[in-house]
Design a binder for this molecule. Structure first.
Ligand SMILES: NC(=O)c1ccc[n+]([C@@H]2O[C@H](COP(=O)([O-])OP(=O)(O)OC[C@H]3O[C@@H](n4cnc5c(N)ncnc54)[C@H](O)[C@@H]3O)[C@@H](O)[C@H]2O)c1
Length: 354
């Protein structure tokens, strides 16, 4: 096992600076060799801020560096598959941000190359590293809820379309809107907690409504507001609904970046024959059970953690030991399959059968 791995961070924006870079710096077994961004100032700013590495603007110039073991791909969705595949073909392991790719065919190709080259390809579905999520998984695995037959997912916001008109709302770059950007985390979390059940049928409708008139869109807050471009493109889903039958529970969901209801709900209900759990997304959970003839409602306490950091640290360990981890493309691709089927179902206005 290597004592220290050398990594490159490709794309030096929000998620790179808030999660990947600090985690690599915190790891005693990782060293950042390159910061790469097509905007040179962003790469140079990282070198100056973190006091390590070399700034580069074209990732292809470092593909052949024999010292480089692994990369984090933190660019927009349109470059995920291209960059990840290039690095795997040059013998490097990859941690690629979510969603795996814009469309299922790109994700399938990424999985194929990962297997063919025997390189690790982890996808940034970081909830798999959340302590809360793992406590819920342990409870369900122990049978505390009985048979979990239905999971209801809600990722609804009032008016928060990110960077309207920019990359987030341009399908050619992002692959989609609220579902692929936000829903991916929720659906992957459900898949993980429920043992990665295979989908059987998917029915969905995706709506592109509230942001279409960009000039007159009224909002309360917007993340990535600095990337908005009111003369840009808006052709993605701002809300979505669907029903997924799996070999495990049936999953139903409602999601929205924006909808005309100011009752935002970001939670997941796991409903079983003996009990239920409501997980407040990014927070804790309430457990509903029956004990000794009484209805019980428990809010367990546990140590919360920084799931992004633990995800990156685990990736670094897996690179050292050459083992695949819990967010390997082989697992994460199920969510890509489901999301593609929701979009296909919406376009055809009919159910997709796997
Ligand atoms: N896991 C999470 O919770 C989470 C949170 C936020 C974003 N993300 C994902 O991370 C990715 C990046 O999002 P962000 O918010 O950090 O975006 P961002 O715009 O802040 O950063 C992306 C950076 O990539 C750079 N870039 C674009 N093309 C490049 C290329 N070919 N080579 C090198 N650099 C390139 C851009 O110049 C930019 O600096 C997206 O896929 C997003 O879905 C994940």
């Amino acid at each position: 096992m290597k004592d220290t791995i050398r990594v490159a961070v490709i794309g030096c924006g929000n998620i790179a600076n808030s999660a990947h870079i600090p985690a690599y710096i915190a790891s005693p077994h990782a060293e950042i060799k390159y910061f790469c961004d097509i905007i040179e100032e962003k790469a140079v700013a990282c070198v100056e801020k973190y006091g390590c590495g070399t700034a580069v603007t074209d990732y292809r110039t470092i593909l052949d560096d024999p010292e480089l073991d692994a990369v984090s791909v933190c660019t927009h969705n349109d470059m995920h598959s291209v960059i990840a595949i290039d690095f795997m073909r040059h013998g490097k392991d990859v941690l690629c941000e979510k969603p795996a790719a814009r469309v299922l065919s790109e994700a399938v190709e990424m999985e194929r190359v990962s297997l063919e080259t025997d390189r690790i390809l982890s996808i940034g579905v970081c909830n798999r590293y959340s302590n809360a999520v793992n406590q819920i998984k342990a409870l369900i695995d122990s049978g505390a809820l009985g048979d979990v037959y239905h999971v209801y997912v809600s990722f609804r916001a009032y008016r928060s379309i990110p960077g309207i008109g920019g990359d987030f709302t341009t399908k050619a770059v992002s692959g989609g809107g609220a579902l692929i950007d936000w829903g991916v985390h929720y659906l992957d979390l459900v898949e993980y907690v429920c043992g990665d059940p295979e989908p059987i049928t998917v029915s969905g409708e995706a709506f592109c409504e509230l942001g279409r008139d960009m000039q007159n869109y009224v909002y309360t807050h917007m993340w990535s507001e600095n990337t908005k471009d009111l003369g840009g493109t808006y052709d993605v889903d701002d809300s979505v609904t669907g029903l997924i039958r799996t070999k495990g529970p049936t999953i139903t969901f409602n999601g929205a970046w924006a909808e005309n209801i100011d009752e935002p709900g970001t939670y997941i209900d796991f409903i079983g024959t003996k009990g239920g759990i409501r997980h407040e997304y990014l927070g804790g959970f309430t457990l509903y059970t029956v004990q000794n003839g009484m209805l019980c409602r428990t809010q367990p306490s546990f140590r919360s953690n920084d799931m992004h950091r633990d995800e990156v640290l685990d990736f670094a360990e897996c690179v050292r030991s050459h083992t695949r981890n819990r967010n390997d493309i082989g697992k994460a691709i199920l969510t890509s399959r489901i999301m593609q089927a929701v979009y296909d179902s919406s376009e055809a206005h009919r159910e997709i059968v796997f």
